[in-house]
Design a protein around this ligand. Structure first.
Ligand SMILES: [Zn+2]
Length: 50
């Protein structure tokens, strides 16, 4: 089910939270890039390490 959410792009990453009324830092917690689903699961240096 979680992977279906990832595929549909409905995981509450910061880029999706910004589409709502959420106010906060758009950056990834682990590096300097913006937090998107693609970044968090495929591109982030921590994801590559794991
Ligand atoms: Zn990152």
């Amino acid at each position: 089910i979680f992977m279906w959410f990832v595929h549909k792009g409905v995981i509450l990453t910061k880029d999706n939270l910004l589409k709502t009324s959420w106010i906060g830092n758009f950056g990834c917690c682990f590096c300097d890039h913006n937090e998107t689903i693609k970044h968090l699961f495929l591109e982030c240096s921590l994801a590559k390490l794991l």
